[in-house]
Ligand binder design. Structure first.
Ligand code: GRF
Length: 203
């Protein structure tokens, strides 16, 4: 007997700043009707290349740039409002290179997750791969964690190791980490769905 398919899938808004290969992996996962979540919109802080993964599929996108706002707090409030328009169960920061503020955390705290290319708490921040190479560690990896007010400090949801190969440079190591990040993100989102869809607020 075929497994019963979920009647409704969790709604995800993805945030990105770059090429969006992590977002693409999530979108591909959602092609399987048994995957328990769907991407309902993709947002960015810039006109990022990665937004094309959504537009190609006819999904809505939005850009909320810090420079278009009088200050960081106004940007944070606008970003929270932009995300809220899509009524997500889960917000996924997949290569989103901005620290969100109290408005976004207030609206989506606990339901906002981030993927990071290191084994947190080791090597937080924007240069995790470079920092791991500079430290000479034999093993680094990927982490999916809940976003809090700090820089890559929120509770860890899942981690996977990646060995540093002799001769690795930042690009080669980051590419191997991203292969692992894509799988880890797809798996972690699926695992989180029951928790984020049990909210009481009616739609
Ligand atoms: C990932 O390694 C993510 O953790 C980091 O930026 C990269 C994004 O890659 N913050 P892509 O744009 O999804 O290809």
């Amino acid at each position: 007997m075929p497994a019963a398919l979920p009647t409704s899938r969790a709604r995800i808004v993805v945030l990105l700043s770059g090429t969006g290969s992590l977002c693409a992996a999530l979108l591909e996962a959602t092609d399987d009707p048994a995957y328990p979540a769907e991407v309902v919109a993709v947002g960015s802080d810039r006109r990022a290349e990665g937004l094309q993964h959504a537009t190609r599929r006819g999904l809505p996108t939005f850009v909320c740039a810090v420079g278009d706002h009088p200050d960081r707090a106004a940007w944070d409030r606008r970003l929270a409002a932009d995300i809220a328009e899509y009524d997500p169960d889960l917000v996924v920061s997949a290569g989103f290179m901005k620290i969100v503020g109290p408005a976004v955390l207030g609206a989506f705290g606990g339901r906002l997750i981030n993927t990071h290319p290191a084994l947190l708490p080791a090597f937080p921040g924007a240069h995790a791969v470079r920092d791991a190479l500079a430290a000479g560690v034999p093993v680094t990896g990927a982490t999916v964690h809940v976003v809090d007010a700090g820089v890559d400090t929120g509770p860890v949801l899942s981690q996977r190791e990646v060995a540093v190969a002799p001769g690795d440079d930042e690009a080669s190591l980051h590419e191997r980490i991203k292969e692992v990040e894509r799988e880890l993100l797809v798996e972690t989102v699926a695992r989180l769905v029951p928790a984020v869809t049990s909210r009481e607020s009616p739609r």
